[in-house]
Design a protein around this ligand. Sequence first.
Ligand code: PBG
Length: 331
Amino acid sequence: MNTPAYPALRLRRTRMTAWSRAMVAETRLDPSDLIWPLFVTEGEEEAPIASMPGVSRWPVEQIADRAKEARDAGIPCLALFPNTPPPLRSDKGDEALNPDNLMCRAIGAIKDALGHDIGILTDVALDPYTAHGQDGLVNRDGEVVNDDTVSVLVEQALNQAQAGADIIAPSDMMDGRVGAIRAALEDDGYTNVQIMAYAAKYASAFYGPFRDAVGSGGLLKGDKKTYQMDPANAEEALREVALDLAEGADSVMVKPGLAYLDIVAKVKARFDVPVFAYQVSGEYAMIEAAAAAGAGDREALVLETLLAFKRAGVSGVLTYHALDAARLLGS
Ligand code: PBG
């Protein structure tokens, strides 16, 4: 057998120096790839979230300052989530429709301060407002009912659009909600309000810290498996995406993130649309715990995982690390 004296090709050659690695890099991460989720609370004080070290709920009075920090770091969009005071939670989640609720006041505060300088994405689902912690209306058998829930979600979306939301992001996983919301937005003249559908949202164990943050965790009985997707399925995610696009979604989201990058890649390969991913609360907590335990360098872990999303094909990532990451990338 003839063994060549040298490898015909040395892939290490282009890796030898930083300038060369930069030249052949296939993927780049930029602050404009990041969407920063922010939690809003009543009261005057910043409220740290124990299960998400480094993340707080912010009073409405301070939310515009966070928005300015994001804008200054090059982040194009915020995602807002309210921690509704327990007395305002009800079986039907009526507080979601209050034009003066926490979300609407937070949207107003940011828009007053920054106008069109930053986008605001709002979550459509009833879980921060219901006394039972489910995303929709529950019937006597404990079942989350689809069509009546969609009617309420449409009203919730209109309430957010009226307050100034730029992107409506239904995260409830009811059937038919994107079409219903799109039609209502058109009817009411919100033709330029976008819809980012949480199209492939899985029933995941990674949402725990978020449910602490919005205060729905302790209330939730049972699980969300009758509406959120089974982690076993990928083909079904493509059907969800196809439906949401047909119903008028401008972009789609895959959630959670890291454990579902195969879904991101499949969606991107099949559909020529902007695809986003949500690196969720449990993923944030996992990275923070690893770094705190000395199992990895925090900044490196953050940037590597975010880059992986880009490599898989996303247009952007919702991440609680957005401000830190944007500042690291900008410096
Ligand atoms: C509400 C909603 C959830 C998340 C975003 N929107 C929780 C859930 O579905 O139970 C999770 C986000 C995160 O974990 O960071 N439907």
